[in-house]
Design a binder for this molecule. Sequence first.
Ligand code: DX5
Ligand code: ZN
Length: 219
Amino acid sequence: MNQFILAPSIIASDFTHLADEITAVESAGADWLHMDIMDGHFVPTITVGPLFVEACKHVTKLPLDVHLMISNPDQYLEAFAKAGANNITVHVETCPDLPQTIQKIKSLGCNAGVTLNPATPASALDLALPLVDLVLVMSVKPGYSGQAFMPEMIGKVEEVRNKLNALRSTAHLEVDGGISKETLPLMYKAGANAFVAGNAVFKHPQGVGAGIRALRELL
Ligand code: DX5
Ligand code: ZN
């Protein structure tokens, strides 16, 4: 496992060539495959569900990094775990009892992640931080790939990094939204160690291999 994790977001790929797209990022050196699950309720967009996660599982050995942008995630944790998710990340805004949700994810054999919308303060994570394997900081409003990076989120990453260090936590600190060769170094300096990238990888003019390499060489 690389010290710094690159997690291409499959939502930006060409779904008509899904298996080829996954093979391409895997052979170019991706570490995780990030999957954006949206329900048209918590966020305006509808993407994919457990059946899609299961289909991807059949064509890759990469750990599946599942980001749930759905209302009532508790109801679906088991389905995503069965489908082959390795990391399951929930939004604090959707969990009435966050510690219980985290325990449930772990009891299903998955790494537990928490995330928060740009408008939600880092303090919303405080109860969860000692329990989690991963914290995801959103640097766009969730719902679409290809949005502009929000520089205000650099300070939030620094804040979460300080909180994790104070707890001596080894949890991953992942960032998601508008990550490119310009913005990745800013998040790296702020303390992130895992980087989601949709457009920067799958829409790279020289292909996905070049997209991965362009980010990897910054780390
Ligand atoms: C946004 C998603 C992100 C997004 C990343 O709601 O969670 O994973 O698709 O795509 P880019 O890197 O293009 O912003
Ligand atoms: Zn995501």
